[in-house]
Design a protein around this ligand. Structure first.
Ligand code: ZN
Length: 354
């Protein structure tokens, strides 16, 4: 009897051992060794606001960690090769600069309800870790300056969020397409840069500015923009905010204003940003690709960020914005030439005397 019990016990133990060995040998390690994503830390740091039932983790999800440069962290080779999932946005080979600033992580934003970002106005969603920055550029696309900004970003294999003005997008659609093609996030910044908090601004006008701006960006890109919006002059009009919320469009203020539009030269922009950043430690930085001095400042600024140990985070939307058909169609109608003749030149213009 004791020996029979012993055999049964031994069999049970063997099965357990076999299963354990199989699991250890064949189970997907990458899943077990899930990357030490920031989600967990985010959850811990999520602000406890009684007003909102949505947590930070509901709205922001770390979707990928991009190795902007080849990993030279010899102390943890296993982590760099196995723990990091392949970046969907940027193949590793895309970065020719081994010492580039790069993108340290990509966060995906669930824009449901129109969450607000940037502590200058919205205090709730604190998703950046110390030394993390988000680069944002307003008022483009514009000849020379926007391409110069794109080049500086490309040289450092890093990414930003752009808030173009609708009218500018219709003037220079090819430049805006370059922005999108480079993998940057493209939102909108109204149709004509109107102050949406002005007393003269009606609810309808505010809605038109928002929607026409997004439709213009879509028309220029030939693709839907991200549901990311920045108010001109950071003037947050209540009617427009309500509208953006109902359209599930995220609102962007900033943590750190570069005041680049009034800087006397590139050096002043770099100085302003680095001084504020060293004090605050992190933040969404507001700049303008429309400004010449900003374009000139960018190579130096990115170099200073790198030396200072700052890391760039790219924000992108979980889903693109569905623009409203009436604004898409109205814009196409506005932009069409008044008459288009299909008649051949020779039928219209005849030389009768020479
Ligand atoms: Zn602006």
């Amino acid at each position: 009897m004791r020996s029979a019990l012993g055999v049964m016990l031994a069999s049970a133990v063997s099965v357990v051992v076999i299963v354990a060995v199989w699991f250890w040998t064949y189970s997907p390690r990458a899943v077990l060794a899930a990357p030490d994503t920031v989600s967990a830390r985010l959850a811990e740091r999520a602000p406890t606001s009684a007003r909102s039932t949505r947590t930070l983790a509901d709205e922001i999800e770390v979707t990928a960690t991009i190795a902007g440069r080849p990993s030279i962290d010899a102390s943890s080779p296993a982590k760099s090769s196995a723990a990091l999932p392949a970046a969907p946005l940027q193949p590793k080979a895309a970065c020719a600069n081994p010492d580039a600033l790069g993108v340290s992580r990509v966060v995906e934003i669930d824009t449901t309800g129109g969450p607000g970002f940037g502590f200058d106005h919205f205090k709730q969603l604190d998703f950046l870790a110390d030394k993390e920055v988000v680069l944002t550029f307003d008022d483009g696309p514009w000849p020379n300056n926007t391409p110069a900004v794109l080049k500086a970003l490309a040289d450092e294999c890093t990414k930003a969020v752009f808030f173009p003005i609708g009218k500018h997008a219709t003037y220079h659609p090819a430049i805006l397409r370059q922005v999108a093609a480079a993998g940057h996030t493209v939102g909108a910044h109204t149709w004509s840069h109107a102050n949406l908090n002005s007393k003269k601004m009606t609810e309808q006008q505010a809605k038109d500015e928002v929607e026409k701006g997004f439709s213009a960006v879509k028309l220029a890109l030939g693709a839907a923009p991200s549901p990311f919006f920045r108010f001109p002059q950071l003037q947050h009009g209540p009617a427009a905010m309500a509208h953006l919320g109902s359209r599930n469009i995220a609102m962007f203020s900033c943590d750190l204003d570069s005041f680049d539009f009034r800087a006397k030269d590139a050096a002043q922009i770099v100085n302003t940003i680095m001084t504020k950043l060293d004090k605050q430690g992190k933040g969404i930085i507001l700049m303008h690709d429309f400004q010449k001095h900003t374009a000139e400042a960018l190579p130096t600024l990115l170099g200073r960020l790198k030396v200072g140990g700052y890391k760039v985070v790219l924000m992108r939307a979980k889903a693109p914005l569905q623009t409203l058909a009436e604004y898409d169609e109205g814009l196409v109608k506005d932009m069409k030439l008044p008459t288009v003749s299909a008649r051949a030149l020779g039928n219209v213009v005849q030389t009768v005397s020479q």
